[in-house]
Structures are given as structure tokens and as C-alpha cells.
Design a protein around this ligand. Structure first.
Ligand code: SF4
Length: 561
């Protein structure tokens, strides 16, 4: 199926562990077995220029033919044998029924590589097409010509994720192909009039390459959107590779000089997810950040520019209402949840595959994912979550970390309930982007003795709105707490406040607390954030030695890499 050209012995597996040899015939190990089978908005996959706002059934199996550093789907792509018990059998007719039951206009194979489950993908596409529904996929483009032919015979829309421009970039990621072969694939897809979008990860080490990629895409067509994924160091990847939001936005501006439709992901504050008229720069489609690798269609749009009447190359019907998936569903949120639980199990030194597989299967199979986000929003919920993992795994190795977290939370609760609490506004990477009230950072600020202004503002995940200048000015926060992905420095944030012409006691008195990026990574290190906020808000009460605290926390997590 791909350039690895595995020679599979009877009963053995190929490199992706998804094909086997039975009676001399190569076949799929897990035909019609899915990990993902739930509805999601197309922007969470993501596609930005195809049926905006459309709801699709998201499908995934497990496994991949590549091994990319910092892969967002690491557990389901590379530790797939842990998840075989969690797979759900669905014949193509079942998939069609689920799509219809969930008011989906089609299905998209995403989260892992379709090449490793090609026959399953083709079977379901045939069923959907016969019923008038559409089918798309996200792929790395590293497949044999024959596999590509099969895929293209069945797809209406495709995103190809590039690994870079050099052979080395493909080699590092264990790819059975090189950049030129993938660019050839892009040309083939485009020549067959299948809707095509291209995704590329932007790391600090290869920012200029993204501009060249934009130029190379322009040689195929100016209508192809380029989706730039600001690198997030998932699964212990090097944090130095993560570009700042400002550097990434500058990069998108540079790319748009060549290619009109270049977008920036993984950056909460950005306006570079919007579509502007390439002719007169009028805002035509508004979108916002929606979790890793995802966007949210905000509903304000125009296919034809009202100012200059240029049209934009967006295909298919437009849907005015964005479908909001349950938490930890949609786009890449489920792989992120799996990765988080996998990391916690490893951190407390649980590494036997049977236990890990059992815990991950329980996580996926009993609606626990739907509750997980809520639990992760408070220290109490997080500790309860560890207790659930302890119960599922039957291991006592969670005890030290549970004891440490509970003990520190109790100390802070006991002393932080003071009468004069500072008025704190918490924002996500940008002064005009409020963090939603139910986020962990707000719970931590309240617990550390702050009066959280976010609780009464009415901004939530669905509204995905930014503050207006007036709304911010009225708040007059004493302290600003800044969290979110990206290496935004204190000075970067002050510069953003200046650029937006904002004033507040917090800005004038330089009371700006930057939450270290690694602290809110859904691991138990939120306790260090809580302690550092407590130190900052009430230095007269709290004086946690953070280096010491970190050392104690690490002692409770002996398996941490
Ligand atoms: S898809 Fe690639 S890695 Fe998997 S068995 Fe076929 S040739 Fe090997």
C-alpha cells in the first residue's frame, strides 16, 4: 500500500501493523472496525474551504505508516495494539445509518492514515456515495500509486498533511516517500478535480520552508488553501520548536504575499483563521480557534465580496449553524485525551500493555470522555479523575501524587479566603481574548484568592468572541493572568496591550502574570501553577518554593520521561 513495501509472512504484520497475511493473501487486520464514529464540524478536521459549517461523521481506525515527532494522534497511531479492544464494528450500512441519525452530510476519515485501512475506507465511501452523501479524508499522502488511485476513486475532498520540503524531513518522520512524491500527489488530486487543502506544521527550525511551500502550492493553484499548524510539543517533543504566536502570524503574512488563502491554527488569539478578499482585503469569513488542529466557523461570511464582487473558491453548501461537539469529541480532542491518559499512566510507572489497554478502552467505551473535560477544570475533579484511573488500573501507584495534590490544595484553600481579593482577569494569549469561565486557570485563580472577573462576563466557548476595546476598558483589572499555548513572553504581551491601546491598573502597574506554558498541559503540574499564582496574588500569605515543590511532584511521578 505504501513505499515501505512490507513483505509480510503468513500470520505476521506489516510495519504499520494494520495488514496481515492469511492463507497467502494480504488483508486488513481490523476490517470495518473503528475507533472514532461520532459527528463533528468540518472545520475541526480541519477543512476550511469545503461546505463551511457542515456536519460530518468523523471516522478513524488505528495505526499509521509514519512515525512523526510530536504526533497529535500518537497513542492511536503508534500504540494501536493498546486500543484493539476499544474498536467498534460497523458495516458500511451501519456507518450510513449513523451519519443519517446524526444529521451528517457525509463522513470524513481522519485522526489516522486512511492508507492503513484502505479497503474499509473504500467500502464505506461506496455506501455513502450510493446514498448521496459525500466522503473525504485527511492523509499524509505517502502511499503507492495503486493505493492513491483507490483513494481518489472514492474521495470528494482531501487534506494532505506535508512533513516538510526536504527528503530529510520525510526520513526523520519514518516516511516511505519524499516531498517531491507528495507534491506529485497534490498535482494528481488537483487534476482530478477533487477538493484539496494542504496542511503543514510550522516549527521554529523550519519557518522559511512554509513560505516556499506556499510558493510551490501556488504553482499548482492559487485556490488551494494552506493550513499552517503552529507546532505544539505533544508527547514530550522539544518545546523550543514551538514558534511564538507573533512569529507565526508574521509567517502567515509573508505566505499570503504569494498564496491568498493561508491560515494559522493552534493559536487562540489569531485573526489569521479568517478569510479576507484577496482583491480588496474585506473580511469575508470569520473563524476562531477550536482546540488542537481545529477551527470554528463563526457564521459571518460572504462567498462574493460585497466591496469588489470578487468571489472566493469555497466549494459546496454553506451551513449557518456551527455544530458544537461534546467536549473531548470533534477534531483531535479525543487523541489528545488518549495521549494525556497514556502519559499519566506512564508517569506513575504503569507500563504493562494489558493494563494500559484496559484503562484506555474504559476511557473510550463508557462515555467517560464526555465528562472528562468538566473534571479537568477543577483540582477536585482532576484528583477524582486520578482516583478513577487508580480504580480502573487496580494500581496503588497513584497514591503519592493524589496525596501530594490533595495536601497542597487543602493548604491553599485554608489560607486564601481573605476579604480583599484582587480583581483578576484571565486571558488566553491576548489581552482581548478572555479565557472561558469554566477553564482550569480560572478555578486556580479563585482558589488562590483572586476575584475572577471572567465569571460574570458571559463569554463562553460557544460565543468564541473577543473583548471589544470598550468592554476591556470597563473591567479595570488589578491583575492580568495570561495562559495558553505558545511562547508569548511578558514583553510580547505588554506590546500587544500597547498595540491595542489598552489601559488598566494591571497594565500600568505591570501586574501581569504569565502562566508558564508547560503548567497547563493537563498533567498534574497545574499544582505548580496554583502555587505560583498564590505566591503572586498574596505574597504576604504564600511563599511556595517552586523548585522544591517541582522536585516533590516529580518524586511522585517516577515514570516521567
Ligand atoms: S501500508 Fe505500508 S507500512 Fe502498512 S503494510 Fe502496507 S506497505 Fe507496510
Amino acid at each position: 500500500m505504501c513505499g515501505h513495501r512490507c513483505s509480510i509472512q503468513e500470520g505476521g504484520y506489516g510495519r504499520c501493523r494494520m495488514y496481515t497475511c492469511k492463507n497467502g493473501e494480504i488483508s486488513e487486520r481490523f476490517p470495518d472496525l473503528y475507533l472514532a464514529l461520532w459527528p463533528g464540524a468540518i472545520e475541526t478536521i480541519p477543512f476550511l474551504h469545503y461546505t463551511p459549517g457542515g456536519r460530518y461523521l468523523l471516522l478513524s481506525t488505528i495505526g499509521c505508516n509514519l512515525s512523526c515527532e510530536g504526533c497529535v494522534s500518537y497513542v492511536l497511531a503508534k500504540n494501536q495494539d493498546l486500543l484493539t479492544d476499544a474498536l467498534i464494528h460497523a458495516e458500511p450500512t451501519d456507518v450510513l445509518r449513523m451519519a443519517r441519525d446524526n444529521a451528517c452530510i457525509g463522513a470524513v476519515f481522519c485522526l489516522n492514515e486512511p492508507t492503513v485501512s484502505l479497503e474499509t475506507v473504500a467500502r464505506v465511501a461506496r455506501e455513502l456515495h450510493a446514498a448521496g452523501l459525500s466522503m473525504g479524508c485527511a492523509s499524509n499522502g505517502c502511499m503507492s500509486e495503486k493505493a492513491l488511485d483507490v483513494l481518489l476513486d472514492h474521495m470528494d475532498f482531501i487534506t494532505i498533511g506535508l512533513k516538510g520540503l526536504s527528503d530529510q524531513a520525510y526520513q526523520i518522520n519514518g516516511a516511505p516517500c519524499n516531498a517531491e512524491q507528495v507534491f506529485q500527489t497534490l498535482k494528481t488530486i488537483h487534476s482530478r478535480n477533487i477538493h484539496l487543502e494542504v496542511a503543514a506544521v510550522c516549527k521554529t527550525s523550519d519557518m522559511e520552508e512554509i513560505v516556499t511551500i506556499a510558493q510551490r502550492i501556488l504553482e499548482i493553484s492559487a485556490d488551494i488553501p494552506l493550513l499552517v499548524m503552529r507546532f505544539i510539543p505533544f508527547h514530550g517533543a522539544d518545546t523550543a520548536l514551538e514558534p511564538s504566536a507573533i512569529a507565526a502570524e508574521d509567517l502567515i503574512s509573508a505566505c499570503r504575499k504569494y498564496l491568498p488563502f493561508v491560515y494559522l491554527f493552534n493559536t487562540p488569539s489569531t485573526r489569521y483563521l479568517n478569510t479576507y478578499c484577496p482583491n480588496c482585503n474585506e473580511l469575508l469569513v470569520e473563524r476562531s480557534f477550536n482546540g488542537p488542529m481545529g477551527a470554528r466557523f463563526s457564521g459571518r461570511y460572504a462567498q462574493v465580496c460585497p466591496s469588489c464582487t470578487s468571489s472566493i473558491p469555497i466549494r459546496g453548501e454553506w451551513f449557518s449553524q456551527f455544530y458544537q461537539e461534546p467536549r473531548f469529541r470533534g477534531g483531535y480532542r479525543t487523541p489528545v485525551a488518549l495521549d494525556m491518559v497514556y502519559s499519566i499512566l506512564k508517569a506513575v510507572s504503569i507500563s504493562d500493555e494489558a493494563t494500559m489497554g484496559m484503562v484506555l478502552t474504559k476511557l473510550l467505551s463508557n462515555d467517560y470522555l464526555e465528562q472528562l473535560q468538566t473534571r479537568l477544570q477543577t483540582p477536585k475533579g482532576y484528583i477524582e479523575f486520578l482516583q478513577v484511573l487508580q480504580q480502573w488500573s487496580g494500581s496503588l501507584s497513584f497514591e503519592p501524587v493524589i496525596r501530594f495534590l490533595s495536601g497542597r490544595v487543602q493548604i491553599i484553600e485554608r489560607y486564601s479566603n481573605v476579604p480583599n481579593k484582587p480583581r483578576v482577569l484571565s486571558v488566553l494569549s491576548h489581552p482581548l481574548l478572555p479565557s472561558y469561565p469554566d477553564k482550569m486557570e480560572n478555578t486556580l485563580i479563585a482558589l488562590a484568592g483572586g476575584d475572577v472577573l471572567n465569571y460574570d462576563l458571559g463569554y463562553d466557548e460557544k460565543s468564541s468572541e473577543r473583548f471589544t476595546w470598550d468592554a476591556f476598558q470597563k473591567l479595570k483589572p488589578d491583575i492580568l493572568v495570561v495562559s495558553g499555548p505558545g511562547h508569548l513572553t511578558h514583553q510580547d504581551f505588554v506590546d500587544l496591550c500597547m498595540r491595542e491601546d489598552l489601559t488598566a491598573p494591571a497594565i500600568e502597574e505591570n501586574n501581569i502574570f504569565m502562566v508558564p506554558g508547560t503548567h497547563l498541559s493537563a498533567g498534574p503540574s497545574w499544582i505548580l501553577t496554583l502555587e505560583s499564582i498564590a505566591n503572586y496574588l498574596h505574597p504576604d500569605i504564600f511563599d511556595f518554593n517552586l523548585e522544591y515543590e517541582k522536585a516533590v511532584l516529580l518524586k511522585t511521578l517516577p515514570g516521567l520521561e
